[in-house]
Design a protein around this ligand. Structure first.
Ligand SMILES: Nc1ncnc2c1ncn2[C@@H]1O[C@H](COP(=O)(O)OP(=O)(O)O)[C@@H](O)[C@H]1O
Ligand SMILES: [Mg+2]
Length: 250
């Protein structure tokens, strides 16, 4: 099953959720692949891969490199990653003129989809061709929503894009769920946003809400998912619970 973790807004918890859901599911014994599709490469550095010399998603997407040769293992057993690189930003210039430009990632992932029970695609903060490639390659979508003012802003455009992809490119694209992130129980607004998002999107919001937790912020600088960095903190426990919901929703 291929999951795209998407929201065109930056800083809502896409990368954090992609890393930690991937790690939690790998901890259950399933083989998991994390695909870093953001030129900022935060998922790669967050798992300890910085400026590596091997192949990256830029080579796979822009130059047709073999995806299997771009796969690296991580410090987490069962979790592999295809890292990104700033070169992937070239997609905005290079892809638009290409034949089949929306299906490059979908085609690239065919050889590995049988090897991994879960593939997570960490999307860039945009709705450009890279993001469309992710939505076209995915079976399911996870949309992180930050518990902040304007949380719903941009979601209608995202839903329109999803419907466009369903109509023209990937009719089977399903919504796994909306994931409320960075909840701060001390602020009133955070609770208000949770209620509002649940009202707008009944049924699809995951029942687990990820709290704002400093251990989650610290973990990437150690190149570890929070579930390794501090397995007992509330942030790690929340992602373990979300991973169970994701697996149960199928
Ligand atoms: N639950 C959380 N608690 C505290 N900080 C968080 C939490 N989730 C994400 N962050 C921090 O917020 C910032 C943005 O998160 P990130 O996952 O990179 O968002 P995106 O990929 O959507 O841009 C990062 O610095 C990250 O460490
Ligand atoms: Mg990110």
């Amino acid at each position: 099953m291929i999951y795209a973790v998407a929201n065109q807004k930056g800083g809502v918890g896409k990368t954090t959720s992609a890393i930690n859901l991937a790690a939690c599911l790998a901890d259950t014994g399933a083989r998991v692949l994390l695909v870093d599709l953001d030129p900022q490469a935060n998922a790669s550095s967050g798992l300890g891969l910085r400026h590596t010399d091997g192949l990256t998603m830029a080579d796979v997407i822009l130059d047709g490199a073999d995806v299997q040769q771009a796969i690296r293992s991580t410090g987490v057993p069962n979790l592999d990653i295809i890292p990104s690189s700033p070169d992937l930003a070239g997609a905005a210039v290079e892809l638009p003129g290409r034949e089949g430009r929306e299906r490059i990632l979908q085609r690239a992932l065919v050889p590995v989809s049988g090897t991994y029970r879960y593939v997570f695609i960490d999307c860039p903060p945009s709705l450009d061709l890279l993001a469309i490639n992710a939505l076209t390659a995915a079976d399911r979508l996870i949309i992180p929503v930050q518990c902040e003012y304007y949380a719903l802003e941009g979601l209608s455009r995202l839903m329109e894009t999803i419907n466009g992809v369903r109509a023209h490119l990937n009719p089977a694209l399903g919504l796994s769920g909306l994931l409320l992130t960075m909840h701060d129980s001390r602020t009133r607004v955070s609770g208000d946003v949770i209620a509002e998002v649940r009202r707008h999107f009944p049924d699809v919001v995951f029942s687990t809400v990820v709290p704002r937790n400093v251990r989650i912020t610290e973990a990437p600088s150690y190149g570890e998912p929070v579930t390794r960095y501090d397995p007992h903190c509330v942030g790690a426990q929340a992602y373990v619970a979300v991973a169970k919901e994701v697996a149960a929703r199928g």
